[in-house]
Write a protein that binds this ligand. Structure first.
Ligand SMILES: [Zn+2]
Length: 121
């Protein structure tokens, strides 16, 4: 089981997304890692910009030791929850208005769960 958490935004706002990710990382201490690797091809430039949120690697490092992947909601480490809140607020303040937040668990016996989209920020 592995938890991924990311923010997607339109490619047209790539520079603002990158700037917001940098500020969110600086203020929260978390990693806001931007991926838009296909920008070298014109057909790929319109793909959404994806920003992975973690403390390094996947988002599992944000989970508490007693997080249960069978629960509807997973527990975060208190410090990680605070950092995530700070980072998401910073991202909301500096990022484009149009953005989407997702999480997904991967690698369990049933395969990836449908990604969950979080409305609002
Ligand atoms: Zn993981």
């Amino acid at each position: 089981m592995c938890l991924e958490m990311w923010i997607e935004g339109d490619a047209s706002a790539a520079e603002q997304l990158a700037s917001a990710a940098d500020l969110a990382a600086k203020e929260s201490g978390l990693h806001f890692t931007r991926r838009h690797p296909l920008v070298r091809w014109p057909w790929a430039r319109e793909k959404p910009v994806v920003i992975y949120v973690s403390a390094g690697g996947c988002a599992c490092s944000l989970l508490s030791d007693d997080a249960d992947c069978g629960d509807e909601y997973w527990a975060l480490e208190p410090k990680a929850a605070d950092q995530l809140g700070i980072g998401l607020v910073a991202f909301a303040q500096h990022g484009p208005d149009k953005r989407r937040i997702f999480d997904r668990e991967t690698g369990d016996a049933t395969g990836p769960r449908d990604r969950d989209e979080v409305d609002g920020l």
